[in-house]
Design a protein around this ligand. Structure first.
Ligand SMILES: [Zn+2]
Length: 273
């Protein structure tokens, strides 16, 4: 049976203790720490071992964390700014080591290039330089890096092929986090992209969420237009054993109980497949 983690982004507007209670009460046994402004994630930054212990007492492990916002500028032209973004991720490496979290999800591109083709032409080189530093440090620290697809219009970082190029030769501990919603937004073929990542043997993790026809993302599966069934089937066919995180956008405080319950219903349905 596959296990589905929940991203803590959903709990951005509730106290840390409530987030832990809601995850446990709805049967979640894994969490991806995300959105550093969310009280649960902010608490973890202050006291990684303490918060992981609190989660463990509630039956929840933390297989992965998401790179903080400052750490998502790995392709900037200004070298000082680019390196300070690298540094933001290295700071997370220390926190991860303090509590035994094994994997971090990294955004390889910032999108700062906008629609400028010349800007984008320089992005892979700069992103690669940042990833080389992170890969080496992660290897030394015994951590895995999962580089997430993001962006559109065939730009670097949007396709699985472009991610494979960015991480080529960086080591077995460096792989891909395929975000199915981002793939949908980029109007790429979900199964082709998944197949590319799987056959390369580089798929470490998944971000699962739905996208509506207008392209707004991070809805609960079933609320948008993605057909998840063939995607989940392909994972089974390949005997995929990596991470699976339901990455649902932050809910207003008055809706969070209903949202986590609805998300748990999807998890239960998928776990029983
Ligand atoms: Zn994602």
């Amino acid at each position: 049976m596959s296990t589905y983690a929940i991203s803590t982004w959903l709990f951005g507007h509730v106290p840390a203790d409530d987030a832990i209670h809601l995850m446990a009460a709805n049967g979640f046994t894994e969490a991806e720490l995300s959105a550093e402004w969310a009280p649960i994630t902010a608490a973890w930054e202050q006291d990684p071992a303490g918060v992981c212990e609190q989660l463990a007492e509630a039956g929840i492990t933390v297989p992965s964390v998401h790179s903080p916002r400052d750490g998502r500028m790995l392709d900037l032209a200004d070298d000082h700014e680019r390196l300070s973004s690298v540094q933001a991720n290295l700071r997370y490496f220390d926190l991860m080591q303090a509590c035994g979290v094994p994997e971090i999800i990294i955004h390889p591109v910032s999108g700062a290039g906008g629609d400028n083709d010349d800007e984008w032409a320089a992005v892979p080189h700069r992103s690669r330089a940042s990833l080389e530093v992170l890969a080496e440090k992660a290897g030394n620290a015994g951590l895995s890096l999962a580089v997430e697809n993001i962006g559109r219009n065939g730009r670097p970082g949007s396709t699985m092929v472009s991610i494979l190029e960015l991480i080529d030769g960086l080591g077995d501990h460096v792989g891909i986090c395929m975000d199915i919603g981002h793939t949908q937004q980029a109007q790429l073929d979900l199964l082709d992209e998944l197949s590319t990542a799987l056959t390369a043997g580089k798929l470490l993790s998944l971000h699962l969420h739905d996208v509506d026809p207008e392209g707004t993302d991070h809805y609960i599966p079933g609320e948008g237009c993605i057909d998840f069934a063939p995607f989940l089937d392909m994972l089974e066919e390949h005997d995929y054993k990596g991470g699976r995180t339901l990455e649902i956008r932050v809910a207003p405080p008055e809706e969070v109980v209903a949202r986590i319950r609805q998300t748990a219903a999807v998890r239960e349905r998928w776990e029983s497949l």
